[in-house]
Structures are given as C-alpha cells and as structure tokens.
Design a binder for this molecule. Structure first.
Ligand code: CAA
Ligand code: FAD
Length: 380
C-alpha cells in the first residue's frame, strides 16, 4: 500500500495552499460579514485550473484525478469554505455530471466554459418538499415535442444568483416515479426563470444560496441530459462524487481549525507556560490530529476508489459522514483552545465552526449517508 503523493499531487496541493493564503485569506472575514460572493476570486481560481480540476484538457480542464481534487479542496477549505463550495459544486456536480453523461454538443457548448471558470455552474435538485426525499420532485417538465416546459421551485441552490448554467432535475412523467425524472441544462436569463432573495445563513456566508422559480421556462430538447428518464440516476451518480468533494471540504475545515489551535497553543501563556504544556490542551491536540488523520484516510480511500474504477457510493458516503462529524467536533475544540479569542471573528476559528455545520447537511444529511451505507451493507 502506497500512501505517497505524486509530484503532480504535491504541485496542486501547494498551488491551492498558496492561493488560499495569499488570495482567499485577506478578505475572508469581510466576505463572511457582508455575505459577499467572491466573484473576482472565482475568476482567478478558473485561471489557475481549480474550477475544472478533473475535466479532460480537450474540454478546457486540468485533466487531474480525484486525489488532486481532494487535495485542492482541503487546502481551499482550510481558509475559506464559502469559496470551496463554489469550487466543489462546479467541479464534482456540474462539470463531472456533464463530462460523464452529456452529449458531445452539450460538452462543447457548456463544459468548455465551466471547466475554465468562464461560466459558474449550479446543481438544482432540492425543493421545498423534496430535500432528503429527492424522488418526490414537484417541479415538472412537460414534453412539448421540440422543447420542454419547466414549472416549479428549487430551493437552497448554491451559486443560485451567480451561475450561468443550471442543471435542473424535474418530473416529466409522474406515473413512472423516479424513472420519469429528467435532468436539464438551463441557461441564466431564460424567460420565466426567476432568482429569489439570497438566504441569510449561519455559515458559508460568502457563498450564494437562493430559491429559484421556473414559470413556463422553455428548455430545448437538446438540453436534456441523457436518455428520457435518466435524471434521477444522473443526480444520484453525480452526488456520489460530489460527496467526496464535501468530505474534502469538511476535512479542510477541521484541519484549518487544528492548525490554528496548534499555533495558538504554542504562543498563549497561562500559569507561567504555553498552554500546549498543559496536558488537557496537549491531549485535545492529540485527539484532534488523530481524528483528522482518520477522516483523511476515508476521504482519500473514496477518491482512490473513484480513480481506480471501483464503486464509490459507500466509500463517499462514509467519507462525508465521518469527515463532517470530525469537522463539527474539532472546530468546537479549536474554539475552546482559543479561549475568549475563539469567540471573536479575528481569530477565524468561530467562522470555521459555523462553516462546519453545513457539511453535515448538504449533499445528503448525515442520516441520509447512513441510509446509503446501511443499504449497501445489507444488499452486500
Ligand atoms: N447510483 C445510481 N442509481 C442510484 C443510486 C446511485 N448512487 N442511488 C440510488 N439509485 C437508484 C436506485 O437504484 C433506485 O433505482 P431502481 O428503482 O431502478 O432500483 C432509484 O435510484 C431510487 O433509489 P431508492 O429506492 O434508494 O430511493 P429513495 O427514495 O429510498 O432515496 C436516497 C434514496 C439515497 C435517500 C436519495 O433520495 C438521496 O440521496 N437523498 C439525498 C438528496 C441529496 O443528497 N441532495 C443533495 C442536493 S445537492 C446539494 O446539496 C449541493 C450542495 O449543497 C452544495
Ligand atoms: P429534510 O429532508 O426535511 O430533513 C430534515 C431532517 O430529517 C434531517 O435531519 C434529515 O436527515 C432527517 N431525515 C429526513 N428523512 C429521513 C429518513 N428517511 N431517515 C432519517 N432521517 C431523515 N440542494 C441542491 O439541490 N443544490 C444545491 O446547490 C444546494 N446547496 C445548499 C446549500 C445550503 C447552504 C443548504 C442549507 C442546502 C443546500 N442544498 C442544495 C439543499 C440540501 O441538499 C438539503 O438541505 C438537504 O439535502 C436536506 O434536505 P432538507 O433541508 O429538505 O431536510
């Protein structure tokens, strides 16, 4: 078993670390305060290849593997989880979904621009009455011959107000249940497509979350992804890879909190010595590091499964379940190690703690990951 990284892996990890330190860090507190989308930074991440890490070079991507993607996601998330969720949705839900299942014409028209960051993508599955229960899609896509008419509401959509391309799941034939769901490419500005107000969130406040309304939106037939009725399978298969991205985000949030806590504990003095010399703090650091390493193993294993052609439905669910738990628990410890300073914005750990919570909710809650894992175990 070889745990070493290749030169290419080290290169992208270091590039992401450098970008996070020099570009993301300076304005991260202000963007969180103002709920400001990092528009210019997204453009820069596109130029550096972070928006299409796994996309083949012929479509404008970086042509790297999932391990590379995980390494970049971890580094970006240590500093700014709002920026990293934009990267994650664009890479593993939108670009990966299109690269794997779209037609050549769709790839040429959309993927080439999404992979370079010229376009930003959004993935629209959740609805007011269909979050975890994703087969209960109320949004309809009526077949009108050469086009579909889209009607309904999607909520919680990441990059909802900023995206150029939206992958939208909708029910075409209710009698067929989930086999009647299709996935469509919808362009921003389509007639009848309205973006609702931005959500005021606990965490990842720099990301842009909106409800979307579709009122008789005309979608050309050539914008359906895959065969008729492929939409739910498309969503599930794409989400299996997306969960690796969110697991890597959770890993980064946890590791970011740990790194800040370690540094602080070596500087802050109490009772005549640096607080890391008090065993209670030293043991917290030992537990944090051990938990983060355990999460890293699960995240890397899921990425390795995907890169090596193994089924990764269960390994991605396990990675997300565990890494998100570690992110929540260990960022609370990072705040504790910072004492009162942990409770104020300047020290970053309170933001990491707030950002950690979402990793247990989106791309399938922790309870949903347990459904995926347990069904996999029982089916064998
Ligand atoms: N790959 C392929 N097919 C799959 C699949 C997978 N990974 N998982 C399920 N399916 C298929 C099943 O085989 C089944 O098909 P058949 O009937 O032909 O066998 C069909 O999908 C329905 O599956 P289930 O019967 O298991 O459906 P269910 O109603 O019990 O729900 C679920 C399954 C796993 C709970 C699913 O609904 C789910 O994943 N829910 C969570 C939704 C989610 O993750 N949303 C995230 C939105 S995106 C987002 O959040 C982005 C962001 O924040 C940044
Ligand atoms: P519910 O499904 O109502 O769940 C409520 C609670 O019940 C949860 O604890 C859940 O685990 C539990 N529960 C539900 N069913 C079961 C069960 N069978 N067994 C045990 N427990 C169960 N969606 C998108 O499509 N695209 C996006 O870009 C996107 N971005 C998001 C960004 C943010 C900031 C947020 C908050 C959400 C985003 N989502 C997005 C939606 C997200 O995927 C859903 O919130 C999530 O899947 C949960 O759905 P829900 O909120 O409807 O909760």
């Amino acid at each position: 078993m070889d745990f070493s990284l290749t030169e290419e892996h080290i290169m992208i990890r270091d590039a992401a670390r450098d970008f996070a330190q020099t570009e993301l860090l300076p304005g991260v507190i202000e963007r969180d305060n103002k709920q400001e989308f990092p528009q210019e930074l997204v453009r820069k991440m596109g130029a550096l290849g972070f928006m299409g890490i796994m996309v083949a070079p012929e479509y404008g991507g970086s042509g790297m593997d999932t391990i590379s993607y995980v390494l970049a996601m971890e580094e970006l998330s240590k500093i700014d989880a709002s920026a990293s969720v934009i990267v994650s949705v664009n890479n593993s839900l939108v670009c990966y979904g299109l690269q794997s299942y779209a037609s050549e014409a769709q790839k040429q028209k959309y993927l080439t621009k999404l992979a370079t960051g010229e376009y930003v993508g959004a993935f629209c599955l959740s609805e007011p009455e269909a979050g975890s229960d994703a087969t209960s899609q109320a949004t309809t896509a009526e077949d009108k011959g050469d086009h579909y008419l889209l009607n309904g509401t999607k909520n919680w959509i990441t990059s909802g107000g900023r995206a150029d391309v939206y992958l939208v799941m909708a029910q075409t034939d209710r009698e067929k249940g989930h086999k009647g769901i299709n996935a469509f490419i919808v362009e921003k500005g389509a007639e009848g497509f309205h973006v609702g107000p931005k959500e005021d969130k606990l965490g990842i406040r720099g990301s842009d979350t909106h409800t979307l309304q579709f009122n008789d939106v005309k979608v050309p037939k050539e914008n359906r992804i895959g065969a008729d009725g492929f939409g739910f399978t498309f969503a599930m298969k794409t989400l299996s890879g997306g969960r690796i991205g969110i697991a890597a985000q959770a890993l980064g949030i946890a590791a970011g909190g740990y790194e800040l806590a370690l540094k602080y504990s070596k500087e802050r003095k109490a009772f005549g010595t640096e607080i890391c010399n008090h065993q209670a703090i030293a043991f917290k650091l030992a537990d944090m590091y051990t938990e983060i390493e355990a999460a890293r193993m699960l995240v890397m294993k899921a990425a390795w499964d995907k890169d090596n052609g193994h089924n990764y439905d269960m390994s991605s669910a396990m990675a997300k379940l565990y890494a998100s738990k570690v992110a929540m628990e260990q960022t609370i410890e990072a705040v504790q190690i910072h004492g009162g300073n942990g409770f104020v914005k300047d020290y970053h750990v309170e933001r990491l703690m707030r950002d950690a919570k979402i990793t247990q909710i989106y791309e399938g809650t922790s309870e949903i990951q347990k459904i995926v894992i347990s069904r996999g175990l029982i089916r064998g």
